[in-house]
Design a binder for this molecule. Structure first.
Ligand SMILES: [Zn+2]
Length: 151
């Protein structure tokens, strides 16, 4: 029986079983090294000022939506929506493309955010269009995998 030894990043504990993860000689993963690089090379104070300028330029003056958040209901897009609304005072419209395989947790999370005061739009294409979208989506995944094999 073959077994694979799983190791973990010595900084963030990401396992070696994660796709595309690599470790340096110090056991630090490429995601941690990339994060270090971002903090060293990006002027975050300037970025923050630019972001606030963009928000002010688009902030609604009459209570209508002033931004759109592509929203899966997962933690990343939900956190973005939450921060825009409660930290920056924006009024986002959350837009979701109908999930291929809706989960009970995903439905619960989406309903919880909507119930807390967010407007949301769920786009569900008709069957014919949905089949085309899903075919293109699956094909793009195959192409990405093939491209990865060529690197
Ligand atoms: Zn790491």
């Amino acid at each position: 029986m073959n077994s694979i030894r799983v190791t973990y990043c010595s900084n963030c504990l990401t396992p070696s079983s994660r796709p595309r993860i690599e470790f340096d000689d110090n056991g630090i993963c490429n995601a941690c090294r990339h994060a270090e690089k971002k903090f060293d090379e990006i002027d975050w104070k300037l970025r923050s000022e630019e972001f606030l300028e963009i928000l002010e330029a688009h902030r609604s003056k009459n209570g209508s939506w002033d931004c759109v958040v592509p929203w899966s209901g997962g933690k990343d897009s939900s956190a973005i929506a939450y921060k825009l609304k409660y930290e920056f005072g924006m009024n986002p419209l959350l837009v979701t493309y109908s999930p291929l395989l809706p989960t009970e947790v995903g439905i619960h999370n989406r309903n919880a955010l909507i119930d807390s005061g967010f407007d949301a739009y769920l786009y569900t294409p008709n069957k014919k269009l949905s089949d085309i979208y899903h075919g293109v989506f699956l094909l793009s995944g195959v192409i990405q995998r093939l491209a990865g094999m060529l690197v």
